[in-house]
Structures are given as C-alpha cells and as structure tokens.
Design a protein around this ligand. Structure first.
Ligand code: URA
Length: 432
C-alpha cells in the first residue's frame, strides 16, 4: 500500500478495504505513515465518513495495535466475576464515575474503569481522584486484577499498551481539527473499551452545549455506532443519551467534584447526580445479570460508601483526608430577579478550566482546588444580588478570564415560572 493512494481513495469518497485499514493503522503506529499523512486521512474521513464495516475494521485495527486485557477468568469465592464498565463521552461536572463504580461493585460486580485525563473544558476522572491526598492512578495489570477481585471497583490510568494507535491518533486529531467526526470518535472510544476487556459496557452519550454532540440526532448516531461496534467485538453495549446543556450537580472542578461524589455516596447529593448515577447503575447491574438489584438502597445504607473507601485506600489514597481547597474565591451575583432558565454547561466548563481545573496541553498540571460552585440550577427562583456562582482558584489573575467565559452563561426570566419544587427532572434519557 501507498499512504497517498489510501488518502486519495477516501478524499474521493471511496471506501477503504480491510487490508488498507489494517495497513495504515499499523504503519502509522510504527511511524512509517507520517503525521501529515494521517492528518490528511483523518480530514478525508471527517468530510466523507466511513461505513459500518469500515468503522468496525478501523476499531479492530486500533485494538490490535496494542495489548488486550482479559478479565474473563476473574473469580471470587470460586464464581466467575462479571465485569461491566461505564464510559461518558464527556461533560461538565460529570463526576458520575466516582460514586457509580463503588455502587455497582457493592453488588458483587467488578467495574474496571480505565480512564484518561481531561483535556479542554471537560474534566478527567483521574484528575478528580488525584485531588485525594495519596491516591495514585498508575497500577500494574496484576494490581488491577487483585483490586477488581478483592474490592470490585478500580479507576486507573489506561496504560500505554492499550490501543496505542488511538493515543497517537487522538493527539493528532486534537491539533488538526479532526476530533469532531462520529466514525473517529466512536472508534477511538470503543477501541479503548474493547482493549480494556470489560465484559459489558454502558455508554452515557452526552448531548448539549457542554458535550461533543450538540444535537440529539448526532448523539443518537454516535451512540448507535458505538453500540454496533461493541456488538461486533462481543462486548455487550447499551447507551443512554443524557442532557449536557447545564452542568451536572453543583460543582465543576477536581476536589469540588470529589466532595460532591462523597455526598452522593453518603446518601445525599444533588438530585440530578443521584438520578443519573442510579440510572446508569441499573443498566450496569442489568448487563451483569442482576436486573432486580436496588442501587438506591446501597447508597442509603452505606454499602457503596464502604466500597469507595476501600477503592481509594487500595490505590494509596486517604478517604478521610481533608480535600485541597483553592486559595482564593470570587462570587458571581445574580443580575436579575426571576427564574433561572439557563446556566450554560460549556461556559461553566471553560470558566473552571481557566481557573485551573483543566489543562490546555497534555503536559500541563491541574489545580486540585480550582473550579466553579453553582448556587442555583435552571428552574430555581433567584433574586438580584444573590450569589449565583463561586469561582475557586489558586491563581486569582484567572478570575477576569473566567468571568468573561461566563458573560452570556446565565439566563433569567422575570415572572413566577416554576420553582425548583415542581421542576421536571433534568434528565432527558433515552436508551439506544
Ligand atoms: N474521547 C475519546 O476517547 N476519543 C475521541 O475521539 C473523543 C472523545
């Protein structure tokens, strides 16, 4: 094969043969197809798409570029241990993995969460957990298996051995305007989850201003594509579409989100976070063959909290240590009286990022205490001058740029409107 011929085929709207896909992924991983050639091909795919068979082959080739974990032989008390993972396509304030893994593990299911760090305005689960003093994301495969067997829940950094073709390609797409292509997003996410070796997978596909997918139609297409890829690879996969027009819960930022997740594990926490955690837990338990399990009971009676404490301690963290707090805060006041009708997820995510909760480049550090706290959610009544948002940072120079990001984030309508008491649940859920 010749890289230029492969690029021309896709540029001109043709389909790539299995052999061409296998060759180009392998050659790119080994460095014989150059970055500029792969970025041209990624752009041709973004513009002309791939059919289902092409996407499945592309995904399989990325899985085959590295190692594939296998948990099918895990046993507890002599019985096979089902494995189920969850993946969110990324949102603002999306700390659901933190309570969800321990919650599902409380029912004797193993949840092998191999995660990444955040880039841009969506936070990364590892960054959040690293706010806990002592907690480490790095784990050997043996340690991972042992924790899955003994505790049931683990959140660890995906090793560089899993889908290395995707690691290289995702970094390239990030700087060449080629992230936003459904075939490339679907194959990127699913190659990592298939290589991770989970038996079943529940996808939380986000829709709205703070998500990759801005429309329900696009989100549904992404969800269907990923569900099909899971089926092709023998990983039972279901997807929920959920709202990301406004942040989840009342916090965006690393330590702030850990604190909120712990509230949920203690049986409290904001209702939207609790509802989504339970909805995803039910899907995961169903996929593990436990359709009658009652996850709400395990939040209420402390079983999920017990697993959380063991999960954190198992990775060097101190679940009782105070969480880091940012050095400085600044308060954004409600500009009018009325009903809060919008609090834009993307704007809050960008503000949290600028305050130091996220990173612009892969190598950048993040601040554990930085982020945004919400004092009201859409549907709530607010009064002019009341605190609406608190901004947290160690670098107060950032307040100005964070406020700029929030300039058009808030919508308040005069009049009575609904109060939070009669608000519809914020979830727009549908199963794919
Ligand atoms: N997340 C991924 O892992 N890959 C993408 O392409 C987009 C989001």
């Amino acid at each position: 094969f010749d890289a230029v011929d492969v690029i021309r085929t896709k540029r001109d709207g043709g389909r790539l043969s299995d052999a061409a896909i296998d060759w180009v992924i392998d050659a790119y991983t080994r460095g014989t197809v150059a970055d500029e050639q792969m970025s041209a091909l990624a752009m041709a795919i973004l513009l002309n798409g791939m059919d289902r068979a092409e996407i499945a082959r592309w995904t399989a080739a990325m899985v085959a570029s590295g190692e594939r974990l296998d948990f099918s032989d895990l046993r507890r008390d002599g019985r096979p241990l089902p494995t189920v993972d969850k993946h969110s396509t990324g949102g603002v304030g999306d700390k659901i993995t933190l309570p969800l893994g321990p919650l599902v593990a409380a029912f004797g299911v193993a949840v092998p969460q191999l995660s990444g760090r955040g880039l841009g305005h969506t936070g990364g689960t590892l960054d959040k957990l690293e706010a806990i003093p002592g907690w480490r994301a790095g784990m050997s495969n043996d340690a991972l298996r042992a924790q899955l067997r003994d505790v049931g829940a683990v959140v660890a950094a995906a090793g560089s051995g899993l889908a290395p073709a995707d690691a290289k390609l995702y970094a390239l797409r990030d700087v060449t305007g080629t992230v936003e292509a459904i075939p490339l997003i679907a194959s990127s996410i699913m190659s990592k989850k298939i290589a991770e070796g989970t038996g079943a997978l529940v996808l939380d596909v986000k829709v709205g201003s703070g998500a990759f997918m801005k429309t329900v139609d696009d989100a549904r297409e992404l969800a269907r594509t990923m569900v099909d890829l899971g089926a092709d690879a023998g990983t039972r996969t279901v997807a929920l579409l959920t709202d990301m027009d406004t942040p989840l819960g009342l916090t965006a930022g690393n330590a702030l989100e850990v604190a909120e997740a712990v509230e949920v594990l203690a049986g409290g926490g904001p209702s939207d976070v609790v509802e989504l955690t339970l909805a995803l837990a039910r899907e995961m338990l169903d996929a593990a063959g436990l359709p009658d399990a009652d996850p709400a009971a395990a939040l209420a009676d402390g079983r999920a909290m017990d697993v959380w404490r063991r999960m954190i301690a198992g990775q060097g963290g101190d679940p009782d240590a105070p969480l880091p707090v940012a050095a400085e805060t600044d308060t954004v006041l409600a500009p009018a009286t009325g009903v809060l009708t919008g609090l834009d997820a993307l704007a809050v995510g960008v503000a949290a990022w600028r305050l130091g909760a996220g990173r612009a480049r892969k190598e950048d550090p993040v601040q554990a205490g930085a982020g945004v706290t919400l004092h009201a959610k859409p549907g709530d009544r607010v009064t002019a001058g009341q605190p609406l948002l608190t901004l947290h940072t160690d670098t107060p120079d950032a307040f100005g740029r964070a406020r700029e990001a929030l300039a058009d984030a808030v919508a308040i309508e005069a009049g009575d409107g609904p109060t939070s008491g009669d608000r519809e649940p914020g979830l727009d859920r549908s199963i794919v």
